[in-house]
Design a protein around this ligand. Structure first.
Ligand code: FES
Length: 123
């Protein structure tokens, strides 16, 4: 059994469609768009929509592991989904990725969101 035999994997995009400066937006039929990021030649998938407002994170600049929202400049760690700077306090959903040659697959039925700081304080 290979890694793609379980779950709902989609062929999101190819590696040449992703660079280190911006995320690549991928529309999901019947769902919310996702963003593909490249960090140190690894590929990560997150929700594309900022958790603070209606901004596409693929319009924001990527620096290292961090993407800056184009609306109010909050930042997220694209490798974990963690909200890094105000006004972003709710973490992003992330999705498993799998690379096969130059094709990036994303398992869209298995989003994960690490607890946000506020949720950690309440528990
Ligand atoms: S909409 Fe992203 S920081 Fe406000």
């Amino acid at each position: 059994m290979n890694e793609l035999s379980e779950g709902q994997w989609i062929a999101a995009c190819t590696t040449d469609e992703v660079d280190d400066t911006f995320g690549t937006r991928v529309e999901i039929e019947g769902g919310d768009a996702i963003a593909i990021f490249r960090v140190d030649n690894n590929y990560y998938a997150t929700a594309d929509r900022c958790t603070h407002g209606d901004a596409s994170l693929c319009d924001g600049l990527v620096e290292g592991k961090s993407v800056e929202c184009p609306f109010h400049m909050g930042t997220f760690d694209v490798t974990t989904g963690k909200a890094l700077t105000f006004p972003c306090v709710v973490n992003l959903a992330t999705y498993p990725t799998y690379l096969d040659g130059d094709q990036i697959f994303v398992r869209i039925d298995a989003p994960t969101t690490i607890p946000s700081l506020l949720e950690e304080q309440e528990s």
